[in-house]
Design a protein around this ligand. Sequence first.
Ligand code: ADP
Ligand code: MG
Length: 604
Amino acid sequence: MSIQRIRLGALALGLLALVLFPLVSTNLYFQNLLILTFMLAIGATSWNVMGGYAGYLSLGSSAFIGLGAYTTGILNTQSGLSPFVGCLAGGVVAATVAALLSLATSRTRGMYFVIVTFATLELLGLVARNWSSLTGGAAGLALPLPTWDLKYENWPFYYSLLVLLVATVATSALLRRSKLGAGLFAIQDDEGKAAGLGIRTAVYKMVAFVAGSAFLGVAGGIYGYYVDYLDPTAMFDIVTSVLMVLAALLGGRGTLWGPVLGAFLVEPLAEFTNTGLGGADAGAIRLITFGSLLGAVVLFLPRGILPSLRQRRAERARGSRRAASTFAGPSALAIAVDVARPRVAARGQGDLLRTHELARSFGGIPAVSGVDLALRPGEVTGLIGPNGSGKTTLFNLLDGTLSPSAGQVFLEGRRLDTKGRAFRAHSGIARTYQLPRLFPSLTVLENLVLPERSTRPGRWLRPRVLPSERAAASAMLDRLGLFAFADASPTELSYGQRKLVELAQVLALAPVLVLLDEPAAGISPALTQRLVAMVTELNAAGVSFLVVEHDLAFIGEICDRVYVMAAGEVISTGTVDEVSQDARVVDAYLGDFAALTTASEVDQ
Ligand code: ADP
Ligand code: MG
């Protein structure tokens, strides 16, 4: 609490100093330096929303500055619109281009985004250079000189950028604390899994990119007026983009204040190397300075200044976690089951999930072929078979991670195989993974409340965890014996605990069908018993399961029926006892199993 107060006080003092500075000092050099620093801080903070929160690194941030500046300049020269109004149009143009880029890259990941943003920057530079009738081409575009009294120096630029900086940081803070922000961090950690939890990842990324870019566009408009003259090389300069990235990385990518702190360190240094170093070697020295700084950040402060400071405090907190008291609220799973009940009741007769001739091959080699499943409502169905027989691939086809080469999937009679992952999650299919995949950037409790049962943009700006959600998730954690970890990172959990939490997590989708991929593999007998209890209780409430597992005792205990797969095909189906008698099953799977159990008994 006191640390928070100190921080708040320091921020208020810092802001006050910045507000007062031009009033008490007539030093234009520092005023200029601060204006440039505000620009960089706005840029780094905007970059951070996409690059730090969602994990999509852009090298094209300066493109939005250029777009904002040219929009403002063109509106001014063509229709005399004041740059302080025109810059808002600059923000709109920047936001529109960001939305288009988001659409173009919505199905791609990683490096592709870096390349597309860089290419866009270069392309816009080319357009500005060649569309002379609009932009003035290489000769540039002059804006009118400011008309206010000289005694006001650069105040209008200074204060409008300061206000814009505050607005950018406030927006970044709002996003960071919201459900949307939690979703962005989840996308950074594991985009596929986030989509499986019902999060419309493409829309989330678009909102993040558009929000950041809009601020850059407005800032670009003001900056253009400040420098008074737009030329394509300076406005669409990759170095500006790189400085924004450097500032965000130095201060701490993904933190709220890191990019601002970074900008206040990087810009003065950039200014010093610009003006303080004369002579023929200035350019080279500048490159070496920033090159070494970037190298040093990557080597010694890979997470940036603020996260490195914070880590120390977090480590101290960790020691006390195990001793923390447990939660004494209403018991249980009942809450999650309650949530699930309306969907279960709404279900009609017939099959819950049906697949028809479902197939998928990788490079011509079939992993799953001609699979017909028919899962009945309320059943727990097993899926067994040797490693590599296609069980996980079948799950991937059901939940939309992979699209089938042939065949169809129906849930309650509705066709699903043409739909995306988030849609399938909203329809009631949930899935856990062979190796648990929780989001390390979120706390255990945030992990539990992240799933989205439907797309409701109205919820996105609400706090990450609502009080009712906290109560339900705490009860769930208490039930799992993990309440002490509510505010810890899931990386502090054991492997088995993570598997339990992952199951609890997907229950927030109120699923009708849960796909469990080897839930009991590698976890202790005690946790296995907890798992059995959980599945049994949920099933009693009407939730159906499809369970992949090698532990036949476990399968026998919880499953009504099993499918046996071998080499991508279903070779048998029936109760565990029935398939155990099937010669094909003994040949393909149980033979190995018997041999192995005999071998391990011999070992003991
Ligand atoms: P199981 O879960 O039953 O052990 P999998 O579904 O993981 O089996 O794998 C089935 C087959 O498909 C294996 O031969 C595996 O190598 C192949 N396979 C699975 N995923 C991919 C992939 N993404 N690319 C290429 N081959 C894959
Ligand atoms: Mg598998």
